[in-house]
Ligand binder design. Structure first.
Ligand SMILES: CC(C)(COP(=O)(O)OP(=O)(O)OC[C@H]1O[C@@H](n2cnc3c(N)ncnc32)[C@H](O)[C@@H]1OP(=O)(O)O)[C@@H](O)C(=O)NCCC(=O)NCCS
Length: 147
């Protein structure tokens, strides 16, 4: 990274994170961004999700990645979700740094394996994950839409 970018865990939910998330989510998905109560739930005490934020020197949030860690009978597992870097700041190593932060956090917690999905059309994302050692895992991925 050439500029001074800091990757840090998000603290408590606030309007600054909420508005950055609303802006970033439009560059990722058509799913609506969380409201403040949902953000508080995600970042509150006992939450299983850690949100990493990329901030410029002036504290502007320009990227994010979420890591969810959960224990199931077969061990401590994790998912990485919602990795996105503001369009104006792509190609500078920020997505890589965010994903590495998730990986290191999971490793420190004793996670056995990290999972994620990425649409094959997302060329940059697929390259990024493979660069960091993620391997295509042949399995049937099912989804049941409930809403
Ligand atoms: C995917 C995304 C997060 C990458 O963030 P980024 O900060 O631009 O990526 P980085 O600069 O850290 O690049 C790291 C690696 O990703 C890959 N990569 C990044 N941009 C790429 C591009 N345009 N084409 C191909 N590979 C690319 C490369 O392997 C790169 O390593 P290299 O620089 O050694 O070649 C960003 O493009 C993005 O926000 N895309 C839209 C949202 C999205 O698709 N999110 C993923 C959901 S699964």
């Amino acid at each position: 990274m050439h500029e001074t970018i800091h990757i840090k865990q998000a603290g408590q939910a606030n309007e600054d994170i909420l508005s950055a998330m609303q802006r970033l989510m439009t560059q990722l998905t058509s799913a609506p961004p969380p409201n403040i109560e949902e953000l508080q739930e995600m970042l509150g005490a006992g939450a299983t999700t850690t949100l990493f934020l990329a901030r410029q020197a002036d504290n502007t949030i320009i990227g994010m990645a979420a890591l969810s860690v959960f224990r199931v009978p077969s061990g401590l597992k994790a998912w990485i979700e919602d990795v996105v870097v503001d369009e104006a700041h792509r190609g500078k190593g920020i997505g890589e740094a965010l994903t590495e932060a998730c990986i290191e956090h999971a490793r420190a917690l004793g996670v056995h394996s990290i999972h994620l999905t990425s649409n094959p059309a997302r060329v940059a994302a697929n390259q990024l994950y493979q660069k960091l050692g993620f391997q295509l895992h042949e399995t049937n991925l099912y989804q049941l839409r409930l809403s």
